[in-house]
Design a protein around this ligand. Structure first.
Ligand code: SAM
Ligand code: ZN
Ligand code: ZN
Length: 331
């Protein structure tokens, strides 16, 4: 499997999960954690920090300090600015950590405001730990058709990162092109996962639609929990592509066969959701790209519909769209 952004090889879920024990860990020879004050101005922080001479890893503070210095060189920050002013550091593999990360090559994505493409290109060139730089910190995806100018944009490098999602049914690796899919921190104690786990524990979830699937987290958990048919749907094409990628990378844990990419037929032209991914057999997975309002005029209605809207999103029309199905569960 190749990255949809930069074409490099993507690690399958097994490989990511097998490396979690040592993820972002200091080696015995790593220098101590610098513990820089995130709100101190650069002129008070400016000292030389070093990567470990044994493992080559860098503390997060070092990486953010180097990025801040590039932004100062490009006139986008000055020496009164702080590490925090750079933006949000997003580790390449999101997993709850009890210690600050030690980073290797391409293990950090920076998302912030007041950046520029030339500065971002210099950052990805001169700070090896930075994999990509994203301008903006809004919610990508289709919530309001009128929006657009504040959408996050990848300025340089690659924005593919993944989150390890833990559930009582097993673990998944959910990849996302972070400039195109909203930031979400899935943890086992996240309320969303609790609702879904309770649902799967108390009822037999056989035939389920993850109606606003994003990168596919909830539908994939249902597969882990033993669902025999899962429909994934989203109106935002990049999210759907990530959902298909996530079916592929988690194939062995999900116990599914190859993900086919059906050719769109002439009748697909129009405003109905289009079937863009299909896993045949049992479990069966159908992946649609389109508006939930018309999903069930194309897909067979499901026994259970999961609706996970953006925070504050209205749900009435979404629930109405599932009236031909069994139960609707708002996640
Ligand atoms: C909160 S996100 C879903 C996150 C996902 N369940 C997860 O856990 O990763 C909401 C998703 O709804 C999609 N969406 C919003 N309105 C929609 C509609 N009318 N039809 C289909 N998808 C829609 C957005 O593109 C977005 O991906
Ligand atoms: Zn990539
Ligand atoms: Zn080291």
């Amino acid at each position: 499997m190749d990255c949809p952004c930069c074409g490099r090889k993507i690690r399958p879920a097994e490989e990511v999960l097998a490396g979690l024990d040592a993820l972002y860990m200091a080696c015995p020879l790593c220098p101590p954690e610098p513990g820089l004050e995130k709100n101190s101005p650069l002129h008070l922080l400016d000292r030389d920090l070093e990567r470990c001479s044994a493992c080559g890893r860098a503390p997060l503070d070092l990486v953010m300090l180097e990025v801040l210095k590039v932004l100062v060189d490009f006139g986008l920050r000055d020496r009164s600015d702080t590490l925090r002013s750079v933006g949000s550091p997003l580790v390449e593999t999101g997993y709850p950590m009890a210690y600050p990360p030690r980073l290797g090559r391409d293990e950090l994505i920076i998302s912030g405001r007041g950046l520029s493409r030339p500065a971002a290109e210099e950052i990805t060139k001169s700070v090896p730990e930075v994999k990509g730089v994203i301008q903006g910190d809004g919610l990508p995806g289709m919530i309001d058709p009128g929006r657009g100018e504040n959408d996050p944009e990848l300025l340089a490098g690659c924005d593919l990162r993944c989150d390890v999602v833990q559930s009582i049914f097993g673990d998944l690796v959910i990849y996302k092109n972070q400039s195109k899919v909203h930031i979400e921190f899935s943890r086992q104690d996240a309320p969303k996962m609790r609702i879904l786990e309770d649902l799967c524990l108390w009822r037999r979830v056989r035939d389920v639609a993850d109606c606003l699937c994003g990168p596919g987290t909830l539908g994939l958990i249902c597969l882990l929990a033993g669902a025999t048919r899962v429909v994934l749907n989203d109106i935002w094409r990049p999210a759907v592509e990530n959902a298909i990628l996530n079916l592929e990378v988690n194939r062995s844990a999900l116990g599914i066969g190859r993900v086919d990419r059906p050719e769109p037929s002439a009748s697909d032209l129009g405003s109905y959701p289009v079937l863009v991914g299909l896993v045949e057999g049992e479990p069966r997975v159908e992946v649609y790209h389109g508006d939930l309002a018309r999903l069930f005029s194309r897909a067979k209605p499901a026994e259970i519909c999961l609706i996970d809207p953006f925070p504050g999103g209205k749900t009435k029309d979404l629930i109405d769209a599932c009236r031909s199905c069994g139960d609707v569960v708002i996640i």
